[in-house]
Design a protein around this ligand. Structure first.
Ligand SMILES: [Zn+2]
Length: 579
């Protein structure tokens, strides 16, 4: 492609409303343009990168016998009413009515629809079946931001598998796991797969794939010793062993006006870890729960939900008025009648700690378990933190990484097939609901995640496998001979099937170089006056800035070899996940 013919609206400055690197660079490099909040158009350069990612995803799906289909974005409400998700989805679902006042949604996902498509699978002999599509999805984000990273319309690959038994599901799930690893690796990115929170689905096996980037919204916890890795939402942890202490007599102390843990600790001249917080939660029926955790840690709502087996919400300060027996700011486990207490397991190691006295301006000091109170239940309910002991091996320490979730795989089970009454006939001749799995890749998000992981102050650094073009040919100056040579090289490279962008415009070299770095194609081939003396092209690798002089006669072979070897490297490199 000639740059003089290409629609490439670049920007010199960072757009004001762009907060993160990928959003800034995708706008600046002319890859995308905003249509309205959270809705973007892919411009020629952006679309090429998107197609590259799509093709990798497609190849890997086809490679495990998944079959590509295309389902409609427009879905009738009835399907979602049967599964119950029409009501559960809330305002994130884009809903609309047709001229007959029939309700529809623009699909945020396709479990319901794809399940109905399995209706004609009759026998267990036809299973397993894996179907996938690459489709636009819709989510009415309350605050769309970060460009295509958190947009209201986005492109996903979603796959669904149908099985007669759990073993078959586990086998396909494992091959999906491998395929997902290959997808991210082939995109040239470092990633990590982690255990994910299944929420209240209960025991559902589910893993997320994260592209590692400092700017990632998710926190990944992993072990320094074993293969444990989990989303912070779920990550289990243990504490280093604390020394035993001789229990001291319980005493009530005055703490006038001291509510915050740090204030109480300061007032009593102890570390925050000596305090135990009691946080009150309420379930849907209005039942109250007290969650006891160390003063310097915080409750992990997802883990608390799992431990209690129900959704709970933190009691609002205003709600304390409804319960006259509760003293805001001074809640503690001693004498808190009629409220079930769940304590974080780390408290088992604590002696002589401090709790609220359920009385204004007072705390209890030298509190000890069993002697002074006994929780109704124990659970791992706090956020894991760096330096905690790994919950899996009990040896390694936990570390943190930031990641961008670009994939999620689930063993769903019969959740949808049962509700929708979609069955097959099993070995004994009886109808059975399908056992299902579902597997998503954020295709447009993967493009943005690549930029988050690979860029510098000058612009994007494309991994070769997803670069919009491989070579950026830059002709510098007005010399006719230079121009002629560049034209010849461009045509020859095109004929050789090299993906090349040729900057043939009559503008300053400075602008050309700046744009080349901004767009970030892997190989820049520079031809200027110097070439006329040396008969050598200058090739600059965008990633490391390395310059190589390549003679006129060997440039085509050199570039082709370089591209092929880099692509091969990407495809064959051992899995970086465990590195
Ligand atoms: Zn471990």
């Amino acid at each position: 492609m000639r740059l003089s013919r290409m629609y490439l609206p670049t920007l010199k400055e960072d757009p004001a409303d762009a907060e993160i690197i990928s959003h800034k660079l995708m706008l600046r490099s002319g890859m995308i343009r905003k249509v309205t909040a959270g809705v973007y158009a892919y411009m020629p350069l952006g679309f090429r990168a998107l197609k590259k990612v799509e093709n990798i995803v497609r190849q890997e799906m086809d490679g495990i016998d998944a079959q590509e289909i295309l389902m409609p974005a427009l879905q009738p409400a009835e399907l979602w009413q049967i599964s119950g998700r029409w009501y559960a989805y809330g305002s994130e679902m884009m809903r609309l009515k047709d001229r007959h006042q029939r309700e529809f949604c623009l699909g945020p996902t396709h479990e319901e629809l794809v399940t109905t498509l399995a209706r004609e699978v009759r026998s267990y002999r036809d299973l397993p079946i894996i179907l996938y599509q690459i489709q636009v999805k819709f989510r009415d984000e309350i605050r769309p931001r970060f460009g295509v990273m958190r947009s209201r319309e986005f492109i996903m690959k979603d796959a669904y598998s149908f099985h007669a038994d759990r073993e078959s599901l586990a086998a396909v799930y494992a091959s999906m796991h491998q395929a997902y690893g290959r997808i991210v690796k082939r995109c040239g990115l470092n990633y990590r797969s982690v255990q994910a929170a299944g929420g209240l689905i209960g025991g559902a096996v589910s893993e997320e794939f994260h592209v590692l980037a400092e700017t990632g919204e998710d926190t990944i916890i992993f072990c320094s010793e074993c293969d444990y890795a989990a989303n912070l939402e779920l990550a289990a942890s243990r504490w280093h062993l604390l020394p035993n202490e001789e229990p001291q007599p319980l005493s009530k102390v005055e703490t006038p006006g001291k509510i915050a843990v740090s204030d109480v600790a300061k007032f009593l001249d102890v570390p925050s870890s000596k305090l135990v917080k009691t946080l009150l939660y309420k379930d849907k029926s209005g039942e109250l729960f007290g969650a006891l955790i160390p003063g310097h840690r915080s409750v992990n709502p997802a883990k608390l939900t799992l431990a209690l087996g129900r959704e709970v919400a933190l009691l609002d300060k205003n709600e304390f008025n409804i319960y006259p027996q509760l003293t805001y700011g001074y809640i503690g486990p001693i004498g808190l009648h009629g409220i079930k207490l769940i304590a974080d397991t780390s408290l088992k190691q604590l002696y002589n700690f401090i709790v609220g006295a359920n009385e204004s301006d007072h705390h209890y000091k030298n509190v000890n378990l069993e002697r002074d109170f006994t929780p109704d239940a124990w659970g791992d309910i706090i956020y894991a933190e760096e330096g905690d002991i790994c919950g899996q091996c009990g040896q390694g320490e936990l570390r943190k990484l930031r990641g961008i979730e670009i994939g999620h795989i689930f063993q769903l089970g019969t959740k949808y097939s049962e509700k929708m009454g979609i069955t097959f006939v099993d070995k004994t001749g009886k109808p059975k609901p399908f056992i299902m799995g579902c597997y998503g890749v954020g295709v447009s998000r993967l493009v943005a995640a690549a930029i988050e992981q690979k860029s510098d102050e000058r612009g994007i650094i494309w991994p070769i496998s997803i670069a919009p073009f491989h070579v950026h040919l830059i002709a510098v100056g007005k010399d006719e001979k230079v121009k002629e040579t560049a034209e010849e090289l461009y045509n020859n490279l095109l004929a050789e099937g090299v993906e090349i962008l040729y900057d043939d415009r009559s503008i300053s070299a400075g602008i050309k170089f700046a744009e080349a770095d901004l767009i970030g194609l892997p190989l820049q081939v520079i031809i200027g006056k110097k070439f006329l003396e040396t008969k050598k092209f200058e090739v600059k690798e965008r990633e490391n800035g390395e310059l190589t002089e390549v003679p006129f006669e060997s440039i085509i072979g050199w570039l082709k070899d370089k591209i092929h070897s880099e692509l091969r490297l990407v495809n064959e490199e051992p899995n970086k996940e465990k590195a």
